[in-house]
Ligand binder design. Sequence first.
Ligand SMILES: C[S@@+](CC[C@H](N)C(=O)[O-])C[C@H]1O[C@@H](n2cnc3c(N)ncnc32)[C@H](O)[C@@H]1O
Length: 280
Amino acid sequence: MTDSAQTLPVPGAVGELYDQLTLNAMKDGTFNPNVHIGYWDTPDSEASIDEAMDRLTDVFIERMGVDDSSHVLDLGCGVGGPGLRVVAHTGARVTGISISAEQIKTANRLADQAGVADRAVFRHGDAMKLPFADGSFDAVMALESICHMPDRQQVLTEVCRVLVPGGRLVLTDVFERAPRKDVRHPGIDKFCRSLMATMADVDDYAALLHRSGLRLRGILDVTEQTTLRTGRELVKMAGAEDRPAALDESNFHFTDDAFHPSDLAGVDDFGCLLVTAERP
Ligand SMILES: C[S@@+](CC[C@H](N)C(=O)[O-])C[C@H]1O[C@@H](n2cnc3c(N)ncnc32)[C@H](O)[C@@H]1O
């Protein structure tokens, strides 16, 4: 199924969703500077979910190949956890962009608190039309954000424009693993509906990058290391019956259809891709 056959996310609404999730997480004490899945290198890894979330950022760092002379764009930067880790571990300068104004307020506060506000700057804006000049960045990272954007080709074309020649893009995206079922698992539909996301067409990914001006360097199915294990860990932590408070606020309009990690627990056709590309 392509982007156009699915209900497309509306950036303003995605921003409101993440505003609400950020405020709720602060209120109920579940705030986490990482808003993404974990990465466990091996099935027997005993890393905690927090360690595994940081590990995913480290996997991005390894693939971006940046250092203290680099300027990195964090596309869909959340509340800044990954970007701040890139600054701390590589010395690179990071600019983050998110469609959620609340996330940006929080990310800039965290940068201030970490004493790196001169190296990490977070801006409110839409990745569909990046407010940056051509060739502004040595690398772009997009952890679990492109699935919320209504047109992957438009975003990737923008990414290509703002990268320097030879600059790397690293991203994660969600896709349906083969063999594809005639009827999708309802947990996947619920994920897409509640969290305003679409599933990528894995068969078209190389061509999608190519049409956007980018060259594919690697595409990996990291479902076992990421989504499957994250689902299992979250269910273990919360108990399958508990609904997460972040999605349960009575004033939150997704309450009736709230997504819970248990909706996708063990659903191994809900896949995760790790993609590396570069601007030729
Ligand atoms: C699952 S969160 C990931 C956050 C962050 N990358 C992390 O790993 O912690 C998805 C992020 O994508 C951002 N996003 C979604 N659509 C966007 C758009 N059109 N423009 C900019 N940011 C967007 C959201 O605001 C949110 O920050």
